[in-house]
Design a protein around this ligand. Structure first.
Ligand code: ADP
Ligand code: MG
Length: 227
């Protein structure tokens, strides 16, 4: 499903280049539930953003669902993002002036699905995350856990190949963290590939495989635990 080969990524900072990903190789199969761990600055978000086609890379190859994701125009990138990716952010990124249903429906708006159809589907996805009764509430009226469930429904509505979540429970207490993880578990049980960046052991313990990043490189579990 996901195949990274010798990925190198640098950022230009103050006239010189900072290498953030240093020869990253990674394979993730369809249906896996994977977590990515590593200290702050190790390159987790950079890697996830590349996987999510939100950022480009300098060299190497990235294949997603047998499609080469490389040197894409913004239009092509948006197309593949829409087709393949559901992204969940730590800060939810909901539109504050839209209610829960409209937020969930947003990806379908970009796919030019008409309002009636997309709202019906949004209600189904809200039901799935246990928030059918909150459809007409604004984000400001919802708790952090509820907002994240809305964001997950939004990520799922276009039936992506993979869900990418960057510290999705970083702003949540432990009870709502478990609610959110249960949703990820459930969609993974139904065959969706799920990749979660986290620094919480309680989260990574719930995943099938943990990938450790250190200073832009993937390291072995034993090395990660020893350091
Ligand atoms: P993590 O998510 O593991 O905390 P990041 O991938 O966000 O790490 O960042 C890795 C490194 O890249 C850090 O040193 C960070 O400062 C740097 N970095 C990230 N994004 C940018 C950017 N847009 N411009 C310059 N440097 C960046
Ligand atoms: Mg990060």
């Amino acid at each position: 499903m996901i195949y990274l080969n010798k990925i190198i990524k640098s950022y230009e900072v103050g006239g010189h280049f900072l290498q953030v990903l240093k020869n990253v190789n990674l394979e993730i199969d369809k249906g896996e539930l994977v977590s990515i761990m590593g200290s702050s600055g190790s390159g987790k978000s950079t890697m996830l953003n590349i996987l999510g086609i939100l950022d480009s890379y300098d060299s190497g190859t990235y294949r997603l669902n047998n499609t080469l994701i490389k040197n894409l125009t913004e239009k092509k990138a948006a197309y593949y993002r829409n087709q393949f990716i559901g992204f969940v952010f730590q800060s939810f990124n909901l539109l504050s002036f839209k209610n829960a249903m409209e937020n969930v429906a947003l990806p379908l708006y970009y796919q030019k699905v008409n309002r009636k159809k997309r709202n019906i589907k949004a209600l189904e996805y809200l039901e799935m995350v246990g928030l059918r009764d909150w459809a007409y509430h604004m984000p400001s009226e919802m708790s952090g856990g509820q907002k994240q469930r809305v964001a997950i429904a939004r990520a799922l509505i276009s039936n992506p190949k993979v869900i990418l979540a960057d510290e999705p429970t970083g702003a949540l207490d432990s009870k709502t963290t478990m609610e959110v993880m249960n949703i990820f578990k459930e969609v993974n049980d139904n065959g969706m590939t799920v990749i979660i960046v986290t620094h919480e052991n309680e989260i990574s313990k719930l995943t099938d495989r943990v990938i450790f990043l250190k200073d832009g490189r993937i390291i072995d579990r034993e090395v990660a635990i020893a350091s």
